[in-house]
Ligand binder design. Sequence first.
Ligand code: IPD
Ligand code: CA
Ligand code: CA
Ligand code: CA
Length: 267
Amino acid sequence: PEEELSTVERARDVATEAAQSAGEPLRELHGRVEDVTVKTDKSDIVTEADHQANKIITTIIENEFPDHTIFSEEAETVEGDSEYKWVIDPVDGTGNFAHGNPQYSISIGLLEGGEPVMGVVYVPETDEMFHAVKGGDAYKGEKKIQTSDRSALDESMLLSGWDPDGEFLTHFYQETRGVRALGSAALSLCYLANGSAEGIWEYGTYPWDVAAGVVIARAAGATITDRHGEEYSVEFDSDERKELLGSNGEAHANILEHLQKNEELMR
Ligand code: IPD
Ligand code: CA
Ligand code: CA
Ligand code: CA
């Protein structure tokens, strides 16, 4: 007889199903978006497709786990205070999505007692499904993925998100093989997880950007901290931006050392 799945494993299966379902309309609308709504400023946008994807994902999760708390970037309210809290970004990289760039993802994370324990990140355009359960391995589809083992900065490729002063980009562009800004923090964490990058810096992430990616990256061998090297924690339903420094583990000390040498770098 088949072994019974734990709640978290069941959650992973439901999350992958929800991500696949939400990916279909996104693929259809990709690059054909006409209705862009500006939220807080010109680079913070949302589209009808974000809301549509959100509805599909939350409906599927609610159906399977009616007692769980569900939080999404595009939800108006949060109800309930369950031990299990879902943290969802229906489209991470809306800018890319609206401009027809394929690098956007669906991010579905689960916290248990405040700890990120399950993550699914799906890339509709390439049909790549990244997933992990805390304590297990990280996967892209059926294939196990792992971080790289490079530690030397001059052999490293880094990823960066929003970098207001451009100082991370400038400094590390000179010290490494390059720094790339993908435009989807969730996807960047998956690239770290599968060894395509040695490190990632995000100056200001929201919990829904990283809740899933952090589980996947850690399961693949990554170290995720703040810029002082303190373990990164996901604050549920916080709308504060938070800095995140991730690496394959091997390069962490080198990146931290550079950050600390340039005390002013991030300010
Ligand atoms: C954004 C992306 C981007 C990151 C921003 C996020 P959104 O998410 O993850 O990579 O640098 O901080 O807000 O708004 O497209 O879901
Ligand atoms: Ca947004
Ligand atoms: Ca996001
Ligand atoms: Ca989003």
